[in-house]
Design a protein around this ligand. Structure first.
Ligand code: ADP
Ligand code: ASP
Ligand code: MG
Length: 457
């Protein structure tokens, strides 16, 4: 069995939907589970709807819901055969009336809970999975729809839920083989799930990749394919560096470091279930299905390549915390981390000196509260508009002199906080966001000017 996951940009309009259908119909391995994201920018639009409703702007929220409905009707209509159109219409009417009801509830209440936010966000994948199912049936592919909320079981950390893998595996193994008796393909929505009690949850933005690997690992798939809008995992984000090259092969550890440090092409948790079950992940371009993509496997063939790719994270805030005593007292770090933890704010990078700790965060919604607490025992300053740049490669561990090559390439850039990750598979540092492009471009020239053709395309 194989898993194919299609991202939102691969399902954004009738043309891309048809392309995805052709890829599924040309499958070489049945049975198949197809995991779909919400169409186009639907989740972003649902987030906007949620904000408008939470601000009690019902007029704006209603207008946005109507727009989203029209978008789904128009594109879906073009890819579904006439016999199935009435079924589509009824489905869209019911879903949009449910969405509208949730929006009115929120606008009236005026207070947004993470649970309600997940309920609204879930409509994207509920809609797309239904549309893709009817589209595949229109093409004569025997297709069943599986509601992810019935099989992906999570805890109740709404907006950022974690899967409960045993329960999920049990449910998938109960249902999927049954459905496959009569169907070649099973379609399910990524990103959305439910608690044991049936409350809707989501796995965090970009979480459909994670759904695909949870399903793949649970069902012992031969391969997990992530179909997206670029040729594979590249040496840098091609949207800011068009000359980026495709990696033919990457290790699980390299892929997780890249994802963790911002390479949006994979959700950071994607490789975890795949590693545990040793299932290869392949990243492919739905616009160019003949390009072989990037294979992500447990161990790459030996090569002398050190840096495989450069990732970055924007909108980072650096917080400097200076002990008000001469030296950092025993327990100073513990106190600091307890505060960040209490306010649910993850810390990415940290560096310390005798009297000062600097750290980076990307969520700042609780920053004022955190600073108030820290000020009880330290002096605090913070700077927004920073970025983390991270170079990744398994061989970095064994290669002396990399830091010199990195920092001599960007002598004119002001660098703060340098860290070699505990895994020693990455080197990361913080710069001003405005220096991001120059920095990545200069580093790319140094490390990817001449490349090993076995590793890079
Ligand atoms: P999808 O909708 O298919 O899930 P995403 O937008 O989540 O797609 O991820 C694909 C995007 O990831 C690409 O369009 C690209 O701009 C971005 N990206 C960032 N870093 C990388 C990288 N190293 N390699 C490939 N793509 C990257
Ligand atoms: N639709 C969700 C999002 O936009 C999940 C995903 O696309 O992976 O974040
Ligand atoms: Mg994605």
């Amino acid at each position: 069995m194989n898993i194919m996951k299609f991202g939102g940009s691969s399902l954004a309009d009738a043309e891309s939907l048809r392309r995805a259908a052709r890829i599924v119909a040309a499958k070489t391995q049945v049975p198949l589970v197809v995991v779909v994201s919400a169409m186009g920018g639907t989740t972003d639009r649902l987030v906007e709807i949620t904000s408008a409703a939470a601000a009690s702007d019902q007029v704006e929220a209603t207008r946005l819901v109507e727009d989203l409905k029209k978008y789904h009707q128009t594109e879906a209509h073009l890819v579904i055969e006439s016999d199935l159109q009435p079924q589509l219409e009824i489905f869209l009417e019911t879903q949009f009336s449910d969405l509208y009801e949730a929006v009115v509830k929120l606008a009236t209440l005026g207070s947004l809970t993470p649970q309600l936010s997940d309920e609204i966000a879930s409509f994207g994948e509920r809609l797309s999975s239904y549309v893709v199912t009817l589209m595949l049936r229109s093409k004569g592919v025997k297709t069943a729809l599986l509601d992810s909320r019935e099989v992906i079981v999570t805890d109740d950390q709404f907006t950022q839920a974690s899967p409960i893998l045993d329960a999920t595996r049990r449910r998938l193994l109960d249902i999927v083989p049954q459905l496959h008796l009569e169907n070649e393909v099973i379609v399910m929505g990524g990103f959305i799930a439910a608690t044991e009690n049936g409350d809707i949850t989501t796995l965090g933005r970009g979480g459909s990749d994670f759904t695909a690997s949870i399903v793949g690992a649970s069902l012992a798939a031969a391969e997990i394919q992530i179909w997206t809008d670029v040729d594979g995992v590249m040496t840098a984000d091609p949207s800011i560096l068009p000359e980026a090259r495709r990696l033919r092969v990457l290790s699980f550890s390299e892929a997780s470091e890249l994802a963790y440090f911002g390479a949006r092409v994979l959700h950071p948790s994607t490789v975890i279930p795949a590693v545990d079950s040793d299932i290869p992940v392949r990243v492919l371009n739905s616009q160019k299905p003949d390009v072989e993509g990037t294979r992500i496997i447990s161990k790459c063939p030996p090569s002398s390549v050190t840096v495989k790719s450069i990732a970055y994270k924007e909108s980072i805030t650096v917080v400097d915390i200076r002990s008000t005593r001469m030296l950092m007292a025993h327990g100073f770090l513990a106190r600091i981390f307890e505060i960040f933890d209490r306010f649910g704010t993850a810390v990415d990078m940290i560096s310390t000196s005798e009297v000062e700790v600097s750290l980076t965060i990307d969520r700042t919604d609780q920053l004022n509260e955190i600073v108030d607490e820290l000020k009880k025992f330290s002096e605090v300053t913070h700077n927004a508009g920073q970025a983390i740049v991270c170079l990744v490669g398994d061989n970095l561990r064994y290669t002396p002199g990399i830091a010199a090559r990195i920092f001599s390439a960007i002598q004119n850039v002001n660098i703060r906080m340098i860290s070699q990750g505990a895994s020693r598979r990455n080197v990361s540092f913080v710069i001003e966001e405005s220096d991001l492009h120059t920095t990545i471009s200069a580093l790319h020239n140094v490390f990817f000017d001449k490349v090993d053709k076995e590793v890079f395309a």
